[in-house]
Design a protein around this ligand. Structure first.
Ligand code: GLC
Length: 752
């Protein structure tokens, strides 16, 4: 018999094809479709409905009833059910004691680490280091999977322009390009090189889509997003997640342009399935299906279930409108069995691709890897690279341990192990956190540290520790003031109308500034705060977000000069809420403002005649620039940019050009610089942003040395959706290469 023995080359090509198509999310003939078709053909309606439900273990009553429900296939996924032994037993029952042996998906929010907690995603975005972020998410998957979790509800990749929104903490900031590169990396980290690797978990791109545009930054609020913004900004990271092979998506709570996205055929079908070819499963957010009734888009929960199923929502999280109504809806012909079968096939394919039919079990020994020293070291590195230095007058930083006799460590976030982990870190343990106080004592010795909490927590207004804080400052060479937000002030349902520092923290800062001692302020927060005054009164300021388990050692490393700060802002810092929304890729308007026309409000002469202030786009009080621009961040060294060259100043509509620039480290520190490439399309069939990030490189340049940075810019990179189609239009373009969105070397080119 002529058996076909594929050569190694053929096998390699087959593997490469399979690996690549997994990556790009392109259809893969890995047997999943065949399995799903055959399995669905054997399933009863109850079993199908079960697969479409993600429930709690307690939903069915006691443990015996829970196990019986598994045997009957009453649900296909569990939420927040974890522990190797517990999950193994549930999987064993599902696989060995149910009629069809379909394993369970076990979902959990693993947003920025499981037990080793990394900086909040907004902080990780400030590292501009996709490889480091990918490794962080790989560690998160490795730890979470030891508990039986095979599905992480991450990455959260909602773009937002509003720092009042509590969930800005969970996302990757305001820019679609940066967010897309990080979304891709996060999915790769969670799903690994092999989906069937026991340490891999399914990713879940969320919250699809537009949730971050909640009006007034108030969580769960209405969103209205014009299609050009939807496609040119909001959807970009989701497309990147899909291209990275994300197995699942989660629909959001929000209504988008009048339609709840959990019931929106345009979002769930036309874009995700028809345009992008997504083949995974879409799960609702927590009770986002019954909430369609509250949104006034369904008359009752049965109607809500029908609208969600007709829109292509495959699985319902936590609530039971599917469970309770699908049979009736089929009888009433409000939905079809084909829709049910498609949803179940999407779900079965995910389980198949994860290898759960082959092996749904967890090695109980695996959990020994949790908090592995290498994981903690990576968390420390990511926390360092996520920290952004916003000010360093007279080189206040770094402090040199051998040159100082003592430092005053003050503030409610200096020794708050829970707060430094930030939101969505419920599997992190405060006892694993190393706080800044602990790390500083460890680095320079207890003797040199004068610690006063100053305030009990970030919202505290009691000033009875102020005098002790002042006294500590007086007997120290420098002050390290750790302030910011408690973790509970950002995250889901935790939006703030006011984004100042809470409590009496600013007053504490002012009091300490009055001592005249070098004042180093470290802000740990879940959002960009309005810190204009604090910035003025500080000698140096580090923005550390909520830096995770190893925030303390990371900050000690930076403060005492083990490494230079290198983070850059992934979000614009506004002067106050009145400027919101403010994002760097804004439009020029017909009346772009300048200092020529803007008169600061306090300099307006009394009884000034009406027409004298200049009719341009500014606020009398805030002006027209933010407090700090997107991409901004300082270093202990100085980087200068030179020799910007383009391979050509023209490119065809299908061509590309090579962009080069030289960056010189002129200081005394080896350090990383994040070089950014921006463009401007001067004229379009719709108005175009004044700048758009199209590339970046984090490069290490030894002190005194020079590096050349190279980008390839293709015409396709300039494409945008103009309300009718996505295209690159010929015309004149500006280009910048520089250290942030406000400055850089400039060049021009033409697309013909
Ligand atoms: C929450 C969040 C979502 C999370 C889910 C499960 O309400 O919106 O991000 O994954 O419920 O906890």
């Amino acid at each position: 018999m002529n058996t076909f023995k594929p050569s190694l080359v053929v096998l390699f090509l087959l593997f490469a094809l399979l690996a690549n198509s997994c990556k790009t999310g392109a259809p893969v003939n890995d047997g999943a479709d065949t399995m799903a078709e055959k399995m669905v053909a054997r399933m009863t309606l109850d079993e199908k409905i079960g697969q479409m439900s993600q429930l709690f273990d307690g939903y069915f009553g006691d443990y015996e009833q829970f196990k019986q429900a598994i045997r009957e296939g009453r649900f296909g996924s569990l939420l927040n059910y974890l522990g190797a032994d517990k999950v193994n037993e549930a999987q064993r029952i599902a696989v060995e004691e149910s009629r069809l042996g379909i394993p369970l998906l076990i979902g959990r929010d693993v947003i920025h680490g499981y037990r080793t907690i990394f900086p909040i995603p907004l902080g990780m975005a400030a590292s501009w280091n996709p490889e480091a972020v990918k490794a962080a998410f790989r560690i998160a998957a490795a730890e979470a999977s030891t508990q039986g979790i095979n599905w992480a509800f991450a990455p959260m990749i909602d773009i937002t322009w509003d720092p009042r929104w509590g969930r800005i903490a969970e996302g990757c900031g305001e820019d679609p390009y940066l967010a897309s590169t990080l979304a891709y990396a996060m999915v790769e980290g969670l799903q690994g090189d092999s989906l069937t690797d026991p340490a891999s978990v399914a990713a879940c791109a969320k919250h699809y889509a537009g949730y971050g545009f909640a009006e007034a930054g108030r969580d769960y609020n209405t969103t209205y997003i014009a299609e050009p913004v939807l496609r040119n900004v909001v959807l970009k990271p989701f497309k990147a997640a899909k291209d990275a092979g994300a197995l699942t998506f989660m629909s959001g709570f929000n209504e988008l342009n009048g339609i709840p996205v959990s019931a929106d055929q345009f979002i769930l079908k036309q874009i995700l399935r028809d345009e992008w070819g997504f083949e995974g499963l879409v799960i609702s957010d927590w009770a986002s299906v019954p909430q369609i009734v509250d949104q006034g888009y369904a008359v009752d929960e049965k109607d809500a279930a029908a609208k969600a199923i007709n829109a292509g929502l495959d699985m319902e999280m936590a609530t039971t409108t599917y469970f309770d109504n699908i049979k009736t809806l089929l009888d009433e012909k409000k939905i079809t069995m084909e829709q049910i079968d498609n949803a179940v096939k999407n779900i079965l394919r995910v389980k198949y691709k994860l290898g759960l039919f082959e092996n749904p079990y967890v090695d109980p020994e695996a959990e020994k890897k949790i908090l592995d020293p290498s994981f903690l070291e990576h968390a420390r590195m990511v926390a360092r690279q996520s920290t952004v230095m916003l000010k360093n007058d007279s080189n206040t930083l770094p402090l040199f341990a051998d040159k100082i006799s003592s430092v005053a460590v003050i503030g409610p976030l200096a020794d708050s192990p829970r707060d430094q982990m930030g939101t969505w870190s419920f599997d992190g343990l405060p006892e694993n956190s190393v706080t800044p106080l602990e790390a500083i004592r460890d680095m320079i010795g207890d003797r040199k540290v004068n610690y006063v909490q100053g305030l009990k927590y970030s919202r505290d207004r009691t000033k009875d520790q102020f005098s002790a804080a002042m006294a500590a400052a007086d007997r120290s060479d420098a002050i390290l003031l750790f302030i910011g937000e408690e973790w509970i002030l950002s995250g889901e349902g935790q939006s703030r109308g006011n984004i100042d520092l809470p409590g009496a923290q600013s007053e504490l800062l002012t009091a300490l500034a009055a001592t005249g001692k070098p004042l180093v302020v470290i802000i740990m927060a879940g959002r960009p705060l309005a810190i204009g005054d604090e910035l003025k009164e500080s000698d140096a300021l580090l923005y550390a977000w909520h830096g995770g388990t190893m925030a303390g050692p990371a900050l000690a490393d930076l403060i005492f000069g083990k490494e230079s700060p290198s983070g850059k802002l992934p979000v614009t810092f506004v002067k106050g809420e009145g400027q919101i929304p403010f994002y760097y890729y804004r439009k020029n308007t017909g009346r772009p403002a300048s200092d020529r026309t803007w008169t600061p409000i306090d300099e307006i002469p009394v009884e000034n005649p009406q027409s004298s202030l200049g009719y341009e786009s500014f606020h009398l009080d805030y002006g027209y620039t933010p407090l700090l621009p997107f991409g901004y961040g300082l270093s202990y060294t100085t980087f200068t940019y030179s020799d910007l060259t383009l391979s050509d100043d023209e490119m065809s509509i299908t061509g590309s050009i090579t962009v080069k620039a030289t960056v010189t480290n002129g200081g005394e520190w080896d350090a990383d610089e994040i070089v950014q490439l921006y463009i401007r399309d001067r004229v379009g069939s719709i108005t175009r942003p004044i700048k758009e990030l199209k590339g970046y490189r984090r490069i290490t340049i030894p002190k005194g040395e020079t590096a050349e940075v190279e980008f390839t810019l293709a015409a396709a990179d300039l494409a945008f959706f103009n309300g009718r189609e996505t295209l690159t239009e010929p015309g004149e373009f500006d280009l910048w290469v520089g250290p942030n969105s406000d400055e850089g070397l400039h060049a021009e080119f033409i697309v013909r």
